[in-house]
Design a protein. Structure first.
Length: 192
């Protein structure tokens, strides 16, 4: 059993913002696994699915980004899962836009959702799928940047990136984080 968590903010005003790429990836993973968010528990929308031989819960916390751990921590404990069974998908301003990287542990890159998850699950040592949103151009504040939407001209790149990140999350679930890192930690070239 694995728990895949896409981080984001609930509500239409946040839909498709940079900060909500975790939600977009969770939605795409659900679609790929033919599941839907039919369960509400732990302050989150949850879908149950199977990926390969692995049962998986896909979660979108509805607690707002800065309090994501308030949903993730209780779910992890209730499922009796360890940190290696958790996969968190989140936006990252330290990665160039539309780049996907799988990693285990490390810093939070200023992402308050990751900070909250770390605080509620007992540390940072779990697999993550980082989705690059790039750094804001000066003088734009990073908080305003992540709450902004992608440009219309970037829609195709965003869709490709979300699909790639969903495949990365699924690879972590089915093959483990190390194999997923080897497969996904390279820049996906257009058309590849």
């Amino acid at each position: 059993m694995k728990l895949v968590v896409g981080l984001g903010n609930p509500g239409p005003e946040y839909a498709r913002t940079r900060h909500n790429v975790g939600f977009l990836v969770a939605d795409e993973l659900c679609r790929a696994l033919r599941a839907d968010f039919s369960v509400r528990k732990f302050g989150a929308e949850i879908a149950e699915a199977t990926a390969g031989a692995e049962r998986v819960w896909i979660m979108k916390p509805q607690t707002y980004m800065n309090h994501s751990g308030e949903a993730v921590g209780p779910a992890l404990r209730w499922l009796k899962l360890g940190l290696d069974d958790l996969v968190v998908v989140h936006d990252d301003i330290e990665l160039e836009a539309f780049r996907v990287q799988v990693k285990i542990g490390g810093g939070h890159s200023g992402n308050n959702g990751v900070k909250s998850v770390n605080a509620h699950v007992g540390g940072p040592d779990y697999p993550r799928v980082r989705v690059g949103v790039g750094r804001p151009p000066p003088p734009v504040d990073p908080a305003d940047w992540v709450l902004g939407r992608f440009a219309k001209a970037q829609e195709r790149e965003l869709e490709d990136c979300v699909a790639w990140a969903s495949q990365a999350a699924r690879a972590v679930v089915e093959k483990g984080a190390v194999k997923a890192m080897n497969e996904f930690n390279r820049r996906k070239e257009a058309g590849a």
